[in-house]
Design a protein around this ligand. Structure first.
Ligand code: C5P
Length: 231
């Protein structure tokens, strides 16, 4: 896989000009962006279309958790914008994941990724919501369920990737946020790791946010992430 397409930069900002400034600074080397609910709500869907028109791939991080009919509608809307990836919550169960996968069939480039346990959650956080298994056990259970429902892959922390590669098989996408370069203190993930470690453990893609976007020189930071994966 093209290493530039393995790195997805999260455009976690609140306006189109700020997002466009980051995209312009990162230039040709960065090919893949994640747009989440903040930017989508603030800037509107035309931003996605424009990024796709510039030749960028877009991971639309909708974190869908709704009735199946509404999930399917949102996935179709994401596909119509040209998104390459969209997320659905596996904790919502098989029906909503299957609805998402079914809706995505009309868009051959669109991959449905399931969220398992968000990387900020610890075993204690899970216990608070009545899940007595460890985060790792819950991640594996939900990831298996997601694959059974037809999802193309899952979002997982770097530490969970190695445990997932076997059960999910070699063709599953494993997209890993919660990574930061060594010495970077901008991230507060409960279970952080480096991009290199995540890829070595089996991640197909990594998501980097502030490590790149809040760097004094975002292009240099992106390049550092890239070369840390493929020296
Ligand atoms: O921390 P960073 O700025 O690199 O976060 C980039 C992306 O990773 C965010 O858009 C968020 O969706 C995701 N993330 C996550 N779990 C966390 C922190 C961030 O999934 N604990």
């Amino acid at each position: 896989m093209d290493p530039n397409k393995q790195i997805i930069v999260a455009l976690d900002c609140d306006s189109r000009p700020v997002a466009e400034d980051i995209v312009a600074r990162l230039g040709e080397e960065c090919r893949f962006y994640k747009v989440g609910l903040e930017l989508l709500t603030a800037a509107g869907p035309d931003l996605i279309k424009d990024l796709v028109a510039q030749g960028k791939e877009v991971f639309l991080d909708l974190k869908l958790f709704e009735i199946p009919n509404s999930v399917a509608g949102a996935v179709r809307a994401a596909g119509a914008l040209g998104a390459s990836m969209v997320t659905v919550h596996s904790m919502g169960g098989t029906a909503i994941m299957a609805a998402a996968v079914d809706a995505a069939r009309a868009f051959p480039e669109l991959r449905v990724l399931a969220l398992t346990v968000v990387t900020s959650m610890t075993d204690a956080d899970l216990a608070d919501i009545g899940v007595t298994d460890s985060a790792e056990e819950q991640v594996v259970r939900l990831a298996r369920l997601a694959r059974k429902a037809g999802c193309h892959g899952v979002i997982a922390s770097p530490q969970d990737v190695a445990a997932l590669r076997g059960p999910l098989g070699s063709d599953a996408l494993l997209v890993t946020p919660g990574v930061a370069l060594p010495g970077d203190s901008s991230a507060e993930h409960a279970r952080p790791d480096t991009p290199r470690a995540a890829v070595a453990a089996g991640a197909s893609h990594i998501v980097v946010g502030r490590t790149v976007t809040r760097a004094a020189d975002p292009a240099a930071a992106f390049h550092l992430v890239r070369t840390s994966i493929v020296p």
